[in-house]
Write a protein that binds this ligand. Sequence first.
Ligand code: GLA
Length: 369
Amino acid sequence: MLGCKEEAKNEIHSVAEAKSSVTQSVYAVTSEGEEVYKYSLINTKGMQMEVITMGGAIISLTAPDRDGKYEDVVLGYTTPDLYLNGNPSYFGAIIGRYGNRIAKGKFTLEDIDYQLPVNDEVNHLHGGKGFDQKIWKAKIISEDEPSLKLSYTSIDGEEGYPGNLNVTVIYTLTNKNALEISYEADTDKTTIINLTQHSYFNLSGNFKTILDHNLELKADRFLTVDSTLIPTGELRYVAGTPFDFTTAKNIGKDINADNDQLVIGKGYDHCWIFNNTVKHMKEVAGLYHKESGRYMTVYTDQPAIQFYSGNFLDGTLKSKKQGNYEKRSGLCLETQHYPDSPNQKEFPSVVLKAGELYKTKTIYEFSVK
Ligand code: GLA
């Protein structure tokens, strides 16, 4: 009986429309005695998402295969302690103030030199002790179209960044099986900002590998990087290189190709520049797992995307399914501005001034093919 119940809980098949809901529970308590909450969102189709207030991390998200079987498609830890103590792989977390790298952690803004913590060899990565390691306030916005608002205020000088920055991130699980992420921020002093989301997707339902997934990126160019993954400033055309995903391509096809750029990042860990530069929502990427039929479409108003093929996963973390997370058992599609923009004048600006509103949106929509 118990076995049956367990199975029913984990493998919900699509049923007639059900009632959507958002529920809250205590997920864990930090060593300082602070409670971390978990919110469980369910839409009318039975798709589920769990979010914790630590890092605003998405710890599970289900999507249906072509038989209507809902399974978890995002990697996560099996116990709270890693979310509470540094989230070493940034699983599912909100990333800020600056997603991706800033060379040597240095930049100059309005004639003032800033030094941010160096936490990725010689560079600053993902905001230092960033938003992934902060406890966010949460508020349920709607249960009909399950929606959760997270807020966090990053004080002037936190991790070396100027300005008090108020950030809100709204996660909405639409009744069309899309996860919408809306970001907003304002500051009281000129600062820089590049928010993103660090979910690792694997559409197979078993978290084994992403090498059998097909990826399409609507991007003719990508940024070449130096040995520390900082852009060289060159926007190179992907045509004729392993970086060409302009038509859907198997991710495993070129990943071990003898290409200097792939050796540097130990695989794909690069930023692609979208062809369509308008700031409106546009379709930018598609990820397909043929066996299950699961398809994920990405829409955003951001100019670029970091496709990271899970190169630093090394088999030491326990999987939510069977075994451990091996290299390339999940991938990130992080919509964002270009890395190191504060130091590269030709890149689009990431500066946010007092009185301005930072506002951006990304959608991960799930369907079957
Ligand atoms: C980003 C970076 C990667 C890696 C991961 C986290 O995607 O680009 O190099 O640091 O985050 O492991």
